[in-house]
Write a protein that binds this ligand. Sequence first.
Ligand code: ASP
Length: 321
Amino acid sequence: MSSAASLQIDSEGRLRHLLTTEGLGKDLILSILETAESFLPVGKRQIKSAPLLRGHTVVNLFFEPSTRTRTTFELAAKRLSADVLNLQMESSSKSKGETDLDTLLTLQAMGVDVFVIRHPDKGATAGFAAEVGNEVAILNAGDGANAHPTQALLDAFTIQRHKADFGNLSIAIVGDVLHSRVAHSNIHALKTLGVPDIRIVAPEALMMEAPEQLGATPYYDLASGLKDVDVVMGLRLQHERMHEKKINDLPAYHRDFGLTRDNMRLLKPDAIVMHPGPINRGVEIDSEVAYGERSVILEQVRNGIAVRMAVMAMIAGNRQY
Ligand code: ASP
């Protein structure tokens, strides 16, 4: 088990931080999904708040851009009545030479309870979790190409709401899996939940290392990868993480790996289409698929609030102080 996987669980087996979906037990994942289900109605009420984090301070510390993740974490914390600070690190004392850890420890001294952190470096959030005090929880909002656990949990939650049983699903994850923390976190979570057929569909240049070792099957051909699946998850080309250009011909990439109205006919008739966003229309997905009848992309965004509320409420409830 990686150090992130063991750091996030306390001596009684409860969630202490959330750093990765690797090593999270099935019962723990299911209880997060169940708690999220109980928070969904809060978002539909006229007064959209519950008092569970009253008096807690949550800091969103983003060293990389984000739209959905940052705003839904902020809304989740506010709906739990926490005090929330948002720090976009381009405009911080980083420009004065302070290390990221020193920034974190400075904020910790102000009495912060929960840090939601996005960082470009793999393993950064686990590194912070190893340094902070006992009273602080770290939630990984994406570390490099490594992990994005709340995205995978909201994806599992969305799948569960459409497909009763994880135990007989075929799921295709299509696109730039090599640089995708979403793909990595999803494979761990879906495997633990018992999904028997996880397909990783990508051109050679964007295929992740040894998907078989994680229990997934590589496909280099879109048509066979999509054949009869229950769920397809599209992924953006993550140029910001490519050291060299991996795809030179975007129209050819779209032709061979884009999700289009035509190739959606290959899926099971009741299949759903997912994407973590941001979408690049006409590259990995066409507009009529992203906003078509099978799409649950905007539902994923909405579900993200309930799942992030669940994780924050559970971690706060587990704290011993
Ligand atoms: N929003 C997701 C992430 O932060 C996916 C993406 O950026 O393409 O990893």
